[in-house]
Design a protein around this ligand. Structure first.
Ligand SMILES: CC(=O)N[C@H]1[C@@H](OP(=O)(O)OP(=O)(O)OC[C@H]2O[C@@H](n3ccc(=O)[nH]c3=O)[C@H](O)[C@@H]2O)O[C@H](CO)[C@@H](O)[C@@H]1O[C@H](C)C(=O)N[C@@H](C)C(=O)N[C@H](CCC(=O)O)C(=O)O
Ligand SMILES: Nc1ncnc2c1ncn2[C@@H]1O[C@H](COP(=O)(O)OP(=O)(O)OP(=O)(O)O)[C@@H](O)[C@H]1O
Length: 533
């Protein structure tokens, strides 16, 4: 995990006058601004402040940024931008104070202005959706590099600016970090940026100040309702991305009603993509792009992508499952929507072995199976739909039993816990209920809510003549190792929910926990058991 002070900043920059800033954004000041006062960057967390920064003190749910303004000034902040409440507390710090009614609303445009609007110097792609953002951005990054771009990537797993890499704290960074990152990318010669745009980020104005050349939409299902309240509000947050203030063009997967609604409500030009996974539609006749002829190809799938004007290409993705065909198709169409010529994209796909990016913790094969061992796959699925799809993706290539190890996140979305338990029983033969990230919630209580759904589904499956084994094991490391040890040679074990994550937050303590490491420990224990048998 990185701390707020870890951020990628440009090495050079043109300091901007505070008087120009106050005028450009119509900011009230609590006194005369020195005409020579300048700022070179922006920070909204005191721990990230460097000399010459503007510190933006935001009101929050847990604190007001003004609580940290004195420390920010001691770290070299040249001025404070805040609201009226913050201004009263920052007044005696000996630096200019600028006031905005809602500083979070101006934070993005101010940070972009201070850094010289860096997004304008990049080809920019933003991907939103409940599931598939990380996978799609990695595939986009892979294709942009195959096209010769120096590509930048921002998302849940990591932030890459050319050769600089930083582990991510948020899926979508706060505006000061994002704009500094974009400025550093421009400085490093990055020509194309791909990033995940979470619904939280849109709702909290983190990406204000960026107009994406192309915005992509994967899908919408139940998640994060503890923040958005309900699905229509969650949808509305994502729909914001497909407006002229935030993007120039859009590409929308219309495999479900939410996708069709996104395409219909977008106020920017949109191209639609439909795959054979489309539920309850007319099979794609009305989509701009249609995926067809999906076939197993190595560990993933080959597929054909055809436009209504007849243009067609055949390519592949290395990641299994129909949903990864949708992610791959979305990535290709987003690049085409950016104006890259069709034949250049076709050639780059051929040269780059299709969409073959390895996405950390997304259907990551830790043990391929064979030599007496089960196949072991680690995935990030942590909501009901993702779990269903991940299990469905692995079932066709599982000769024996399909086992799943998973839990539900504490302090988030309790409504989805029984449904995840039921989804696991519906899709697997052996279900190991364990912990995910409990955060500050009692892990046993979270497991019990998941088990309630699992047990009900298990009883129903038994009545229908299908036996499913449901077990509860904690802590998570034990559950992963036991599932791998318990599996037969022709089984598959899916370890779902945490993917690439290496830290488990338990009651405020960050514990080292990497599912891939635990899975490999289980495979080693099998080898030792065989050796001593
Ligand atoms: C719901 C949400 O997103 N909250 C974010 C929000 O919190 P907040 O407005 O309540 O702020 P606060 O924590 O009260 O702090 C107030 C101000 O004081 C500042 N501060 C705070 C502490 C300190 O020591 N120094 C300091 O300067 C903060 O930077 C902030 O400006 O602003 C904070 C500062 O940037 C974020 O840390 C916090 O993200 C929390 C940690 C979080 O968990 N966010 C998750 C839900 C999130 O954003 N997830 C999405 C992905 C979702 C998905 O698709 O899975 C993401 O984009 O990562
Ligand atoms: N297009 C899709 N539709 C449904 N499920 C998907 C899709 N793509 C991936 N998944 C499933 O969702 C999980 C998360 O995928 P990924 O990390 O790419 O999505 P994400 O939107 O970035 O998730 P998060 O917002 O939590 O970071 C995967 O591990 C997989 O199980």
């Amino acid at each position: 995990m990185t701390s707020p002070s870890d951020r990628i900043r440009p090495a050079r920059g043109v300091p901007r006058r505070l008087t120009d800033l106050a005028e450009a954004f119509d900011l009230r000041t609590t006194g005369a601004l020195p005409t020579d006062a300048t700022v070179g960057a922006v920070a909204s967390d005191n721990r990230a402040v460097a000399s010459g920064d503007l510190f933006v003190a935001l009101p929050g749910t847990r604190a007001h940024g003004a609580d940290f303004a004195a420390d920010a000034v001691s770290r070299g902040a040249r001025a404070v931008l805040t609201d009226d409440a913050g201004a009263a507390r920052a007044a005696r710090l000996g630096v200019p104070v600028l006031v905005a009614p809602d500083p979070r609303l101006v934070l993005g445009p101010v940070a972009a202005w201070v850094h010289g609007e860096p997004a304008g110097a990049l080809r920019t792609f933003g991907v939103t959706g409940t599931n598939g953002k990380t996978t799609t951005t990695y595939q986009l990054d892979h294709l942009l590099r195959a096209l010769g771009h120096t590509a930048g990537l921002v998302g849940t797993v990591e932030t890459r600016a050319g050769d600089r890499v930083l582990a991510s704290r948020l899926t979508t960074p706060e505006a000061p970090d994002l704009q500094a990152l974009l400025a550093a990318m421009v400085e490093d010669g990055v020509s194309a940026l791909t990033m995940e745009v979470s619904s939280h980020a849109i709702a909290m104005h983190r990406v204000d100040g960026v107009v994406y050349d192309v915005a992509g939409f994967t899908n919408l299902s139940q998640d994060h309702l503890d923040f958005h309240g309900d699905l229509p509000t969650y949808f509305a947050a994502k729909a914001e991305l497909f407006t002229p203030a935030r993007s120039r063009r859009g590409v929308v997967v219309v495999d479900d009603a939410w996708g069709e609604r996104m395409a219909a409500t977008a106020s920017v030009p949109v191209e639609t993509v439909r795959t054979p996974g489309a539920a309850g539609t007319d099979g794609g006749a009305t989509a701009d792009w249609t995926v067809s002829d999906v076939a197993t190809h190595g560990t993933g799938s080959a597929f054909t992508l055809t436009h209504r004007d007849g243009r067609s290409l055949r390519t592949s993705t290395s990641l299994p499952g129909g949903f990864n065909v949708a992610n791959a198709a979305l990535a290709v169409v987003m690049v085409l929507a950016a104006g890259v010529p069709f034949d250049e994209v076709t050639a780059a796909l051929a040269a780059g072995d299709g969409l073959s990016a390895r996405v950390p913790g997304r259907m990551e094969v830790v043990g391929p199976g064979g030599d007496g061992d089960p196949r072991v796959v680690v995935d990030f699925a942590h909501n009901t739909e993702a779990l269903e799809l991940a299990l469905a993706a692995l079932r066709p290539t599982t000769q024996g039993r399909l086992a799943v190890v998973f839990g539900a996140t504490g302090d988030r979305d309790p409504g989805k816990r029984p449904a995840m338990g039921a989804a696991a029983v519906a899709g697997a033969d052996v279900v190991w209920v364990t912990d995910d990230d409990p955060h500050d919630e009692d892990p046993g209580k979270v497991r019990a809510e998941v088990l309630a759904g699992a047990e009900a589904a298990r009883a129903a499956a038994q009545d229908a003549g299908r036996t499913v084994v449901v077990r509860e094991v904690a802590p998570r490391g034990d559950a992963v190792r036991r599932a791998v040890l318990d599996a037969a040679a022709d089984d598959t074990v899916l370890v779902a929910g945490r993917g690439h994550e290496t830290v488990q937050e338990v009651a405020g303590v960050d514990l080292e926990l990497d599912d891939r490491h635990e899975a490999r420990a289980g495979l080693r224990a099998r080898a030792e058991r065989t050796a001593t048998a």
